[in-house]
Design a protein around this ligand. Structure first.
Ligand SMILES: Cc1ncc(COP(=O)(O)O)c(C=O)c1O
Length: 396
C-alpha cells in the first residue's frame, strides 16, 4: 500500500494557516542556531498565570476533578460566568447558566458557533484585517467571507458606510471583535449603536468576540449585547487566555440564547466532548477571586503600549496609531515598502525581531505589521533599537 495514496479532503484546501505560528517556527529555528530573537509575533501575555488560579487548578487535580464533565461545562462555572459577564457588561436581567457554553479555549468555540449558525452560501461579514480563524472557518463551512475595511485614521474602527453597503439579505452573521486583533482598535458605543440598528434591519446575528474585553486603555469596555434588543441576536465570546494569562490552560466561553447554546454544546459533544475538568474549576477562582493581578497586567500593558508607539513613530517612514485596546500595535510601514511579508522576514532575519506581516490578517493589512507588546519594556526597547538600525539599510 502506497503511503501517498492517503490524500487530504477537498475541505482542507479551504483552511488557512495562522501566520503567527509560521513565524514562530522560523524564529525557533534561528534560536536553535544561537540567535537571540525578540518575540513580538505571538499574541499571548508574557505574565505568569496568577498564583491563586494556579493553586486552584492544582487543588482541583488533587481532589480528583479529573473526569468528563457535561459538554457545555460544569454548572458552577456556567453560573459564575453568567453572573460575572452580566455584571461586567451591565446586562439586566442577567444571563442565565443555560445561555453559557464553556470550551477548551475560545478558538474551538468560534468554529462551533459558526458551524451552528451558518449554512453554505450564507454571507459572513467581518473586518479586514481580522483574526484569521474567522475567514478560515467561514470558507471551511462553504459560506462567503465578506470583508469590511478598517480605517487607520479613526483608530482602526470599522468603516460603517462600507458595512451598511455590505449587509444584504444574504448576510447571516456579522463578526465583531472589539478590542481588535490585529490592530488594537476599539469600537465606540456610537459605532455599536449604528451596527445594532443595521443588524436589526437585516435580521443578522452578531458574533461578538470580546476576548480582549479586559485589555482596554481608553474608555470603559462596552458590549453590543447591552444595547436594547441585541441580547437575543448576539453571541458573546470571551475567555481566560488574554485577561488572566491562561493561554495554555485552554478555557473560553460563549453566551447566547439557550436554543443556540444547546446546538453549540452539541457541536462540542461531537468534537472535544468537554473542557478539562480541573481547568474549569480554576476558571471559577479566576472570575470570583481577587482581580488585582489582572489590573496590574493592564497597567503594565499600557506602559508598554506607550513605549512602543512612541518608539515606532520615531523610526523614519513608520507611522503608528495609538491603539485603545488588546496588546497589539499595527504600524503603517508602507513608507518603507508595501511588501509587509518581505519586511517582516527582513526584520526577523536581519534584526532578530519577530513581527507579523499585516497581510496575514487579510489583504487590507498590506503595508502594515502587527507587533505584540506582550513582552518586557527592556525587550521592546531593544527591539526598537534593532529595527531602527536594520531599517536604515533596507532597500525596497
Ligand atoms: C480575536 C481572538 N479571538 C479568539 C482568540 C482565541 O483565544 P484562545 O486562546 O482562548 O483560543 C484569539 C487568540 O489570539 C484572538 O486574538
Amino acid at each position: 500500500m502506497l503511503v501517498n495514496a492517503i490524500r487530504p479532503s477537498a475541505a482542507m484546501s479551504r483552511l488557512s494557516s495562522e501566520g503567527a505560528f509560521e513565524v514562530l517556527a522560523r524564529a525557533r529555528e534561528l534560536e536553535a542556531q544561537g540567535r537571540h530573537i525578540i518575540h513580538l509575533e505571538i499574541g499571548e501575555p508574557d505574565f505568569d498565570t496568577p498564583e491563586h488560579i494556579k493553586r486552584a487548578g492544582m487543588a482541583a487535580i488533587e481532589t480528583n476533578h479529573t473526569h468528563y464533565t457535561p459538554s457545555a461545562g460544569i454548572a458552577p462555572l456556567r453560573e459564575t460566568i453568567a453572573a460575572h459577564a452580566s455584571r461586567f457588561r451591565g446586562i439586566s436581567p442577567p444571563f442565565g447558566p443555560g445561555e453559557v457554553v464553556v470550551s477548551p479555549g475560545l478558538k474551538p468555540l468560534i468554529w462551533n458557533v459558526l458551524s451552528a449558525l451558518v449554512d453554505p452560501g450564507d454571507e459572513v461579514v467581518f473586518a479586514d484585517p481580522a483574526y484569521p480563524a474567522y475567514a478560515s472557518c467561514t470558507s471551511y463551512l462553504q459560506a462567503k467571507p465578506v470583508p469590511v475595511p478598517l480605517l487607520e485614521r479613526t483608530g482602526f474602527r470599522l468603516d460603517l458606510d462600507e458595512l451598511a453597503a455590505k449587509m444584504t439579505d444574504r448576510t447571516r452573521v456579522l463578526i465583531l471583535n472589539s478590542p481588535h486583533n490585529p490592530t488594537g482598535g476599539v469600537l465606540t458605543r456610537a459605532d455599536l449603536e449604528t451596527i445594532a440598528e443595521l443588524a436589526q434591519r437585516h435580521d443578522v446575528t452578531i458574533v461578538s468576540d470580546e476576548i480582549y474585553s479586559r485589555n482596554v486603555y481608553g474608555s470603559e469596555f462596552f458590549s453590543i449585547a447591552a444595547l436594547p434588543g441585541m441580547r437575543e441576536r448576539t453571541v458573546v465570546l470571551d475567555g481566560f487566555s488574554k485577561a488572566y494569562a491562561m493561554t495554555g490552560w485552554r478555557l473560553g466561553y460563549g453566551i447566547m440564547p439557550a436554543h443556540i447554546a444547546r446546538a453549540v454544546a452539541l457541536m462540542g459533544q461531537n468534537t472535544y466532548s468537554c473542557t478539562a475538568s480541573f481547568v474549569q474549576q480554576a476558571g471559577i477562582t479566576a472570575l470570583d477571586g481577587p482581580d488585582a493581578a489582572v489590573q496590574a497586567m493592564v497597567e503594565e500593558f499600557r506602559r508598554r503600549r506607550d513605549t512602543i508607539v512612541a518608539g515606532l513613530n520615531a523610526i523614519p517612514r513608520i507611522r503608528c496609531a495609538t491603539p485603545d485596546g488588546a496588546f497589539y500595535v499595527f504600524p503603517n510601514v508602507s513608507g518603507i515598502t508595501p511588501d509587509d511579508r518581505r519586511l517582516g522576514s527582513y526584520l526577523l532575519e536581519e534584526a532578530n525581531v519577530a513581527a507579523l506581516a499585516g497581510t496575514y490578517f487579510g489583504s487590507a493589512g498590506r503595508g502594515y505589521l502587527r507587533m505584540s507588546y506582550a513582552n518586557s519594556l527592556d525587550q521592546i526597547r531593544t527591539a526598537l533599537d534593532r529595527m531602527r538600525a536594520a531599517l536604515a539599510n533596507f532597500s525596497d
